[in-house]
Design a protein around this ligand. Sequence first.
Ligand SMILES: NC(=O)c1ccc[n+]([C@@H]2O[C@H](COP(=O)([O-])OP(=O)(O)OC[C@H]3O[C@@H](n4cnc5c(N)ncnc54)[C@H](OP(=O)(O)O)[C@@H]3O)[C@@H](O)[C@H]2O)c1
Length: 280
Amino acid sequence: MRKTLSIVGCGNVGKTLGRLWHLNETFIVQDVLNRSFESAQRAVSFIGNGRPVAEYADLRRSDIYMIAATDDQIAACCEALADAGWLTPGTVVFHCSGALRSTELKAAIRCGASVASIHPIRSFASPNQVVQTFAGTWCGAEGDANAINQLTEAFSAIGGQLVALDADFKIIYHSAAVFASNYLVTLLDVAQQAYEKSGIPRDVALKLMEPLVKETVENVFRLGPPEALTGPIARGDVATAMKQYRAVGDWNKRFGALYRQLGKLTVNLAARRSRKRGKD
Ligand SMILES: NC(=O)c1ccc[n+]([C@@H]2O[C@H](COP(=O)([O-])OP(=O)(O)OC[C@H]3O[C@@H](n4cnc5c(N)ncnc54)[C@H](OP(=O)(O)O)[C@@H]3O)[C@@H](O)[C@H]2O)c1
């Protein structure tokens, strides 16, 4: 028999997963609770099934509760679910945060429920698009065995691929995405400013950068970071790197500090490549 799922905190992530599970007939989407009733109504209409509710007392007992509220609200939502009496041994509760451990669901653990955190590694800014393209999405997962078993099945049914995480390193795991995605954007913004400083218009700068960035990123995925490295440090041209560091620092102190820090890490990366080539 299909299990029931209720969703507390049903924004971009909650409604996307809810719709996917409804379309695939994985779960019966039962109740949806948001901060505002109108928002819960909108989420239910996106999912195509379920009942919007305004209060924890209006929820019904479900086999599984997904808490897809914002990170700062997850513990409080779980406490409220427990206070309303919905969490008992056998119930599975999970959240979708990449930064918080499954033990954030303290109230559920206290009630004897099974807990997990399953973090789909992608952007949910456009739920309609993610519904179409979710298959193949990697999801970082940790929690107790019962919750992980049940959720592995449910995520596999919609094409999610779970990768096991060590809860003690959850915050470091999350920093990887910050480096790979958010800080990459910041770095490209600095590059655009450097082109602009050299006299190239902003829009042209972005066009210049496009093939460079795309080719580099493709090389990283094809060859791995050490082999994808090019430029003065990879060539051992320390004089150019030092001259550049001074010029960038004279223009902008913070960019100079960034150039220096990245330069040191790049020297290490180049050394790793040399060691690897020496072994091959
Ligand atoms: N966005 C992403 O790309 C992404 C990717 C992977 C994982 N995640 C994780 O997924 C979770 C949800 O993120 P999201 O982007 O879907 O957030 P979101 O779009 O802002 O949605 C959050 C939802 O939670 C509801 N909510 C907030 N506080 C609540 C409370 N105290 N009680 C009940 N409902 C509450 C909000 O209700 P109202 O609509 O009434 O305000 C809203 O519908 C977070 O843990 C996030 O870290 C996000």
